[in-house]
Each structure stands twice: as structure tokens, then as C-alpha cells.
Design a binder for this molecule. Structure first.
Ligand code: UDP
Length: 463
């Protein structure tokens, strides 16, 4: 019996996925792990040792987890002198650690056939090639952002001047503040700019590019990019319960690097009327200045709607002192350090999402049909804001003053536009509902992403 099991193990098609160790990168790749595991593949998720130690929840039991060292096993990126120092060591130590994992797996009789690596760690592709694995680069940002980085990397787009517009194939006309911040604010984060441009450093060697988006969402730019690379859209990578419901018990991402106050949120939301709450979150990385925090607090209060606001522990000290008072919060608003965002977005009490427009948050809100107020901070978020407002028409975008601050009156105005009755709000709600249906259609049986996933799996099974 044991013998038969061992032999069987050798016949399995084993895939390893390797995300960059950040919440916004782990979530979509972990979700894709579950999707592949539901299609009879054996799936391993490689995560850094520090990430595994920090996780507050377990990944689902049909996904194996293996550790990779990034050279900072005790403290992760925070232990490094700078982001640049982290990335340099991650490449050296991580490559070696990945080699060891692949070799260990080979000698165990269940070798990896394919490596799906996060596009921001292109060195993983080189390691996989040495072992003759099939390779797929997984892009965790929108195709529109990828297209911009491609154009910059190939010298087809240079830093645009203030006041100009940018016209590129497959994309709408873009104002310069619609571009990713690393481009319009050239030199602001040179290390991160290198990271996003280097996604295209060696990607032509990959057998395929997997994108967390869906065909109808980014139609023009996807068509353009498919002429350059063998791309497959596989998104939205949102837990199945919210879309096609075909993966059993797939209710949440399952792995959080932050501790969530979910029960508190649900109890509080359960007491609110349908569509009465603004959910506010700026994701896992973005930081707001103190002045901005204060404006936001007053804008939310004067809008006269309930609000549920995620303020991470590291940001809490910037909240105005007068507001760190339980009574005031419980009356109109609730502030928590982290929540299960999907459960919150799916709650009927939530009427809109004030978001930093990280790609996961954006595509989650699209999938759940929640209207948005876009308050992008940096990186790809500005481009996502452009699309959600002008292309999909599922939200409004705040305006900055000359100091780059969003003032309370502006916040109040945007909240009213989306939450209160009026033509714009109604139009946004209609579009949000339509995109929710299209997102579901994409991952449901026979949809564009479903077909791509089936094809990808079939190609692994038959080679
Ligand atoms: N998230 C969450 N709870 C929160 C805030 C965020 O579960 O309180 C999740 C959210 O659902 C998303 C991820 O964290 O999947 C954030 O990714 P995103 O790309 O939106 O932003 P980033 O954190 O990378 O800036």
C-alpha cells in the first residue's frame, strides 16, 4: 500500500509558486495555488521563513508550504538596512535556497515540473531554467501598469513633462498623474523603479505570463500585450465563494501577515443599514501624513455617514488625539488595525470603499460590485484610479490641493457623490454591478480566465 502511494506520488504534476513576501503579492498567488490544486495538480507555495513565522492564519490544506530563506529569517525586510540591501541579499540567498528546495524535491520522488514565480523576482526564472522546469511569470499588477513599465524598459516612453499627455497603444490618453508614480515622479524610488522595470528583463524566456486580470476588464491593452508575449489572464484571483463558488471551502485568502479584528467589524456592520457605511483602507504598505489623517477624519465625520477605517498599528500614532476616544468612534465610526477586507466588502452595510487603489483592493471591489472613492498614494495606484474612474466608471477620484493633501471638503464631496442619491452615484452603482457580473463570468466555467487556466493546466499535464 505504502509502495503504491510512493509510485503514485511520482506521477503527480507538481507545481511550485513563489511570491514576493508581501501581503499584496501573496494573496493572488496563494489564491491561484488553490485554483490549481482544485484542478488535480500538486501545489507547493514557497514562502520566506519570516513570512511563514509571521502568518496569523494557515493556508488551505491542499496547498503545501515550503520555506525559502531571503537572508533575513528573523525580521524580513525590516531587518535590512534599506530596500535595496534587502533585494540584493534576497536574490543571492533566495536563489541558493530555491536551488536547494528544487533538489530536495527531486530526490524525494515528487519533483517540480513548473515554477510560477512573482514577476518582480526575475532571478527565480534563471534558477528554474537550470533545472529544465516549465516557467510562468505571475504579474500581480494590472496589465495597464505592466504595459507602462514595458514601454519604459524598452525606451519607448521617457519621463513625461508636467502638463503633457501620454498616448500609447491599447491605453486611453493618460495625464501624467495617471501614470505610475515611479514614472511621473522619476527618481522618487529608484530601487522600486528598477524592480518594476526588471519584470521585463528576461521574461521572454518564460513559457507563459499569467496576469491577475480578466479579458473584458483590460481589453485593449491585453490585446496589445498578447502580440508581444504568451499571456494568459487568470483573474480575478478572489476566493471562489465571492465569484464562481466552485472551490469548496474557499472563503478567504487564508494567510494574513496582520492580525484581524474581524468579529468586531462584523458585529459593528451587522448593526448598520444596507449601504450606509464607507469602508476606508489604504492597504498593507501606504503611509499617510498626519495632516492628511486629520483631514480624512474630519471629511468622514462631516459627510455624516458611518465609516469603518483600517489604520494599521504602525500608522495609529498619527490619528488626531481628540479622536482616540472609544465613544466617539463607536458612534459614527470604527477604527481597526486590520480586517478581512473581502468579508467587509461583501457585507450589505458597506456602500462604498475609499481605497488607495492597490491592485488587489481594486479588483476585489470590482469583483464584489462595490463603488469606490479613489485616493491613490503611489506606485501603480494612480493608474488603477484612472481606470476605475474613467474606463470602468465605478468610482470617483479625490483631488489634491497644491500641497498634495486631500482636504476635508473634497472628501465630503466625493463621499456624497457616491453614497447619496444623485445621477453620478446611480450610474456608478449600475456600472459596479455590471463589472461584478463580468468578473464572475470570467472565472466561472467556460469564462475567459477559466479557459486560460484549463489550458495552462492541460499544457502541464501533457508535457
Ligand atoms: N487587506 C485585508 N485587510 C485589510 C486591508 C487589506 O485583508 O484590513 C487585504 C486586501 O484584501 C488585499 C491586500 O490586503 O488583498 C492589499 O493588497 P493591495 O494590492 O490592495 O494593496 P497593497 O497592500 O499591496 O498596497
Amino acid at each position: 500500500m505504502e509502495k503504491m502511494k510512493e509510485e503514485g506520488a511520482g506521477d503527480e504534476t507538481h507545481v511550485i509558486l513563489f511570491p514576493f513576501p508581501a501581503q499584496g503579492h501573496i494573496n493572488p498567488m496563494l489564491q491561484f495555488c488553490k485554483r490549481l490544486a482544485s484542478k488535480e495538480l500538486k501545489v507547493t507555495l514557497a514562502m520566506t521563513l519570516f513570512t511563514i513565522k509571521s502568518a496569523h492564519k494557515e493556508v488551505s490544506n491542499n496547498v503545501r508550504v515550503e520555506a525559502i530563506s531571503d537572508g533575513f529569517d528573523e525580521g524580513g525586510i525590516k531587518e535590512a538596512e534599506s530596500p535595496g540591501a534587502y533585494l540584493e541579499r534576497f536574490e543571492v540567498v533566495g536563489s541558493q535556497s530555491l536551488v536547494e528546495l528544487i533538489e530536495k524535491q527531486e530526490s524525494s520522488g515528487s519533483p517540480f515540473k513548473c515554477l510560477i514565480y512573482d514577476s518582480v523576482i526575475p532571478w527565480a526564472l534563471e534558477v528554474a531554467k537550470r533545472f529544465g522546469l516549465v516557467t510562468a511569470s505571475f504579474f500581480t499588477q494590472s496589465c495597464a501598469n505592466d504595459a507602462i513599465y514595458y514601454n519604459v524598459k524598452k525606451g519607448l516612453l521617457t519621463t513625461p513633462v508636467e502638463g503633457s499627455t501620454v498616448s500609447l497603444p491599447g491605453l486611453p490618453i493618460l495625464g501624467i498623474h495617471d501614470l505610475p508614480s515611479f514614472i511621473y515622479n522619476w527618481g522618487s524610488y529608484p530601487t522600486f523603479l528598477d524592480v518594476v522595470l526588471n519584470q521585463f528583463k528576461n521574461v521572454e524566456k518564460a513559457d507563459c505570463l499569467l496576469l491577475n486580470t480578466f479579458d473584458k476588464l483590460e481589453d485593449g491593452v491585453l490585446k496589445w500585450m498578447s502580440k508581444l508575449y504568451p499571456i494568459k489572464t487568470i483573474g480575478p484571483t478572489v476566493p471562489s465563494i465571492y465569484l464562481d463558488k466552485r472551490i469548496e471551502n474557499d472563503r478567504d485568502y487564508g494567510l494574513s501577515l496582520f492580525e484581524s479584528s474581524n468579529e468586531t467589524c462584523m458585529d459593528w456592520l451587522n448593526k448598520r443599514q444596507a449601504g450606509s457605511v464607507i469602508y476606508v483602507s489604504f492597504g498593507s504598505v501606504a503611509e499617510l501624513g498626519e495632516e492628511q489623517m486629520e483631514e480624512l477624519v474630519w471629511g468622514l465625520r462631516t459627510s455624516n455617514h458611518y465609516f469603518l477605517w483600517v489604520v494599521r498599528n504602525s500608522e495609529e500614532n498619527k490619528l488626531p488625539k481628540s479622536l482616540v476616544d472609544e465613544d466617539k468612534y463607536s458612534e459614527k465610526g470604527l477604527v481597526v488595525a486590520w480586517c478581512s477586507q473581502l468579508e467587509v466588502l461583501a457585507h450589505k452595510a458597506v456602500g462604498c470603499f475609499m481605497t488607495h487603489c492597490g491592485w488587489n483592493s481594486t479588483i476585489e471591489a470590482v469583483s464584489l460590485g462595490v463603488p469606490m472613492i479613489a485616493m491613490p498614494q503611489w506606485t501603480d495606484q494612480t493608474m488603477n484610479a484612472k481606470f476605475l474612474v474613467d474606463v470602468w466608471e465605478v468610482g470617483v477620484r479625490v483631488k489634491l490641493d497644491e500641497k498634495g493633501i486631500v482636504r476635508r471638503e473634497q472628501i465630503e464631496k466625493c463621499v456624497k457623490e457616491v453614497m447619496d442619491q444623485g445621477d453620478r452615484g446611480e450610474m456608478i452603482k449600475r456600472h459596479a454591478f455590471r463589472w461584478k457580473m463580468l468578473a464572475k463570468e470570467a472565472v466561472d466555467e467556460g469564462g475567459s480566465s477559466d479557459k486560460n487556466i484549463e489550458e495552462f493546466v492541460a499544457s502541464l499535464l501533457c508535457t
